[in-house]
Ligand binder design. Structure first.
Ligand SMILES: [Zn+2]
Length: 423
């Protein structure tokens, strides 16, 4: 039996170990001396804005390229007999997360698995400090916007003051591919000054797709057995040009056409590779996965997008048809709390087990066409070799710079103890 803070009193929760109890008490009681976070949570649930995920079909793609060099021709999944758009709700896919939150708020005696309490403790701290985090991000973005904000600063600000806060243990790695690497969090908050953790985030297969997610977030309670890759896009660099690309679009799509198309290829290829990779990790550790539908996240300073790929049933879902705002549009730099809930559930997906209805899976299996594309090149079996590593050797018949995995200074390279002979 174990205890946790609820409505300012201790209530009894079964099945929590002594170790878990001590940590949860520390995190939920010290930092939640007022109930502001519960009010924020209740408000977020009562005013939840739905996010819609639509099935995507990959029509064509070149394989054996980096994520950023993977031209993926894709479109919404079409219906043969009706001109309609298919979609599913985020709250249906993550129904367990919403049920857990609602029952936590409604019941004095809250029966949850111990594992769910870890992400909940992270969320409680974040919602308690919400105003402070909003102010820090606002100041940070304003500061760097004046100097044409470099992407690494966006990545560091959002990682330190949003993403890593939403997982227990705050563990993350920012790709060491960035040329500029600020050693400390670049925010102006005097209490922060956190060291930034850089590392190798490389992921993929040389003959399929490969590359380095900008950041990976790793909830600590799982001993790093799972992670979530993130792609940061500094949308200030994106150009506003549309018009003639809209001619084949459904009228409903034109209304909500988003900026997503500018970076769709790289984030879709990354999401697909990540799902296969995570399956390999589980297999290697002898763990039966609770779900085969895995999420990836794309963030800009103002928007977020969620992609989910079911590697077993070959179903690809994306919220990329619309720009979902990180911020509440009616107020200056106040978070859209629905965005916080969505991102929190995505980062802790292993505890909230996103799933599709079995009948939906049955009807839409292989709808994304990825399995067919890989099979046509005898590469479906190779997905079992998708792994994390620093470089992906490709057989290049030309010297196309776009195919390079990384750029190194020659002087730095000769000092590298692991260097290979050039050829
Ligand atoms: Zn900071």
């Amino acid at each position: 039996m174990a205890a946790m803070l609820s409505h300012n009193t201790l209530c009894i929760i079964p099945n929590v170990s002594k170790y878990g109890r001590a940590l949860i008490n520390r995190h939920l009681s010290k930092k939640t001396h007022n109930l502001e976070w519960k009010e924020n949570l209740q408000y977020a649930l009562e005013n939840h804005h739905e996010l819609y995920l639509r099935p995507i079909r990959v029509v064509n793609s070149r394989l054996g390229t980096s994520f950023s060099g993977a031209p993926i021709e894709h479109r919404r999944l079409k219906l043969a007999d009706k001109d309609a758009i298919l979609q599913t709700q985020f709250s249906t896919v993550f129904s367990r997360g919403f049920e857990d939150l609602k029952s936590y708020l409604c019941n004095d005696h809250y029966d949850v698995l111990e594992t769910t309490l870890w992400p909940l403790s992270a969320l409680s701290v974040y919602l308690t400090e919400l105003r402070k985090q909003e102010e820090t991000l606002k100041e940070g973005f304003n500061k760097y916007a004046k100097n044409d904000i470099p992407e690494i600063y966006v990545a560091a600000l959002l990682t330190n003051h949003l993403l890593s806060c939403l997982v227990y243990g705050n563990q993350y790695l920012i790709s060491n591919d960035y040329r500029k690497k600020p050693p400390l969090c670049p925010c102006s908050n005097r209490d922060c000054g956190k060291y930034i953790t850089y590392g190798q985030t490389g992921l993929g297969h040389a003959h399929i797709w490969y590359g380095r997610p900008d950041v990976v977030v790793m909830p600590k309670q799982k001993n790093n057995s799972y992670m979530v890759p993130l792609w940061y896009i500094n949308e200030l660099e994106q150009e506003e040009e549309e018009e003639d690309e809209m001619k084949d679009m459904h009228p409903l799509e034109i209304k909500v056409q988003s900026k997503f198309k500018h970076f769709a290829s790289q984030v879709l290829s990354q999401a697909i590779i990540f799902a296969f990779y995570q399956s390999n990790v589980m297999k290697k550790r002898g763990i039966t996965p609770l779900t085969t539908l895995l999420p990836s996240l794309v963030l800009t300073p103002s928007h977020y997008y969620i992609i989910m790929y079911d590697y077993k049933n070959d179903i690809l879902l994306s919220s990329g048809h619309q720009d979902s705002s990180l911020w509440d549009d009616t107020e200056d730099f106040r978070f859209n709390l629905s965005a916080i809930l969505h991102i929190w559930m995505v980062l802790n997906y292993n505890d909230f087990v996103p799933t599709l209805d079995p009948e939906v899976i049955h009807d839409f299996a292989r709808s994304s066409n990825i399995h067919n594309i890989l099979e046509s090149q005898n590469l479906l079996g190779e997905t079992e070799k998708i792994s994390r590593k620093n470089s992906f050797v490709t057989i290049n018949t030309n010297d196309d710079d776009d195919e390079c995995v990384s750029i190194k200074d020659m002087k730095d390279y000769i000092k590298d103890p692991h260097k290979r002979k050039w050829y």
